[in-house]
Design a protein around this ligand. Structure first.
Ligand SMILES: NC(=O)c1ccc[n+]([C@@H]2O[C@H](COP(=O)([O-])OP(=O)(O)OC[C@H]3O[C@@H](n4cnc5c(N)ncnc54)[C@H](OP(=O)(O)O)[C@@H]3O)[C@@H](O)[C@H]2O)c1
Ligand SMILES: *[C@@H]1O[C@H](CO)[C@@H](O)[C@H](O)[C@H]1NC(C)=O
Ligand SMILES: *[C@@H]1O[C@H](CO)[C@@H](O)[C@H](O)[C@H]1NC(C)=O
Ligand SMILES: *[C@@H]1O[C@H](CO)[C@@H](O)[C@H](O)[C@H]1NC(C)=O
Length: 310
């Protein structure tokens, strides 16, 4: 006779097995097995791609690689001179691409300014791809109450409002065409409750949650919605040198673009996907380990600032 305890034991075992197989699958399938999808098909033939925060790091690299695939670009960032030089750089290499630029400082969440500066351009073009990339991080890890309040507000705004409002503004035309690609760049840091970079960690979880709800809300719309959660990439934001797990931005974007339409939420690269397996560990254990790590980062940053001040 099978008792309740036995049934629970079998259920627990099946669950562990499922988690294990799923863990292996998500590391291997998107990066080593799946064939990349045709982005123009997923975009429904619409020729324009928007990238926010596109003058540096991950956003700039998305812009370059989408141009390489034949998409026209709308680049949105804070600094006109940097937009101009990125536009010139991409135009020089890909001569048949059209590029528009919009200067916008996303710390400004005033919707009237969105309506004046950004939305008219978006409504005029057929947008096939939206890459919600812009994001703000800390200069250094710090206790919540010691962070400059303006910085805390800016991180909360820049990491949530643009991704929310631009997506909402773009969905009507994508729904009409029954196609389109929306990519929200979140972060591996969203998976953990990370102290000293509190607002960043929390704001990135907002992105995962919103994207995942919208994926269900628009599940039959033909629109591809992806959340990308990379770990550390060598850019001005992370200020870290490349290594096996700290990725070159070009390789990171190349690999991430190949996962569009294949997997809804992933790290973008096999290295970070392996690294992110740790996020499946029991929470208290994970939070303990990560707190230790951020504390180390904080010590190094504090020491460096002392050196500069002295
Ligand atoms: N680097 C990493 O290790 C890492 C890891 C996980 C996730 N991410 C995420 O990936 C995204 C891009 O990161 P990144 O490392 O490429 O950053 P980055 O090198 O610091 O580049 C940020 C880009 O955003 C623009 N930007 C910043 N603040 C802005 C504002 N207030 N208004 C308009 N544009 C603004 C910058 O424009 P200007 O040049 O005009 O200032 C720049 O083009 C972020 O969402 C980040 O959270 C990064
Ligand atoms: C963006 O706006 C913030 C205030 O919201 C300001 O402190 C910052 O200097 C602005 N940045 C640029 C490049 O205009
Ligand atoms: C992310 O993607 C979905 C896709 O439709 C979008 O609706 C949502 O507003 C985006 N932003 C966030 C913060 O998830
Ligand atoms: C980082 O910032 C510096 C100075 O603003 C710039 O020259 C450089 O191109 C930026 N990007 C990267 C990826 O280092």
């Amino acid at each position: 006779m099978i008792g309740v305890l036995d049934i629970f034991a079998y259920l627990a075992l099946s669950y562990i097995l499922y988690r294990f197989i799923r863990g292996i699958y998500i590391i291997i399938y998107p990066y080593l097995i799946a064939r990349p999808k045709n982005l123009h098909k997923l975009a429904g033939g619409a020729k324009w791609a928007i990238v926010t925060g596109s003058t540096d790091g991950i956003g700039k690299e998305y812009a370059i690689q989408l141009a390489q695939k034949g998409f026209n670009l709308i680049l949105i960032s804070r600094t006109q001179s940097k937009l101009d030089s990125v536009k010139a750089e991409i135009s020089k290499e890909f001569k048949n691409i059209e590029i528009e630029t919009i200067v916008y400082n996303f710390t400004n969440a005033n919707l009237n300014d969105y309506k004046k500066e950004i939305l008219p351009m978006i409504e005029k073009k057929e947008i096939g791809i939206l890459v919600n990339n812009v994001g703000l991080y800390y200069d250094y890890p710090e206790m919540f109450h010691k962070v400059d309040l303006q910085r805390t507000a800016d991180i909360a705004i820049v990491n949530t409002v643009p991704v929310t409002c631009l997506t909402a503004a773009i969905l009507p035309q994508m729904l009409k065409r029954h196609s389109g690609i929306i990519i929200n760049i979140s972060s591996g840091l969203s998976y953990a409750k990370l102290p000293y970079v509190t607002t960043y960690s929390a704001s990135k979880l907002y992105i995962n949650h919103l994207t995942s709800i919208l994926r269900s809300e628009y599940s039959n719309s033909g629109i591809t919605i992806q959340t990308l959660c990379p770990n550390i990439v060598s850019t001005n934001m992370s200020k870290m040198e490349e290594s096996f797990f700290i990725l070159n931005v070009k390789k990171m974007v190349q690999s991430s673009i190949k996962t569009i339409g294949i997997i809804d939420e992933c790290s973008g690269t096999i290295q970070h996907q392996i690294q992110s397996s740790v996020f499946g560990l029991p929470e208290f254990f994970l939070n303990f380990g990560l707190k230790f790590q951020v504390k180390e980062f904080k010590k190094v940053a504090d020491a460096e600032r002392k050196k500069v001040d002295a």
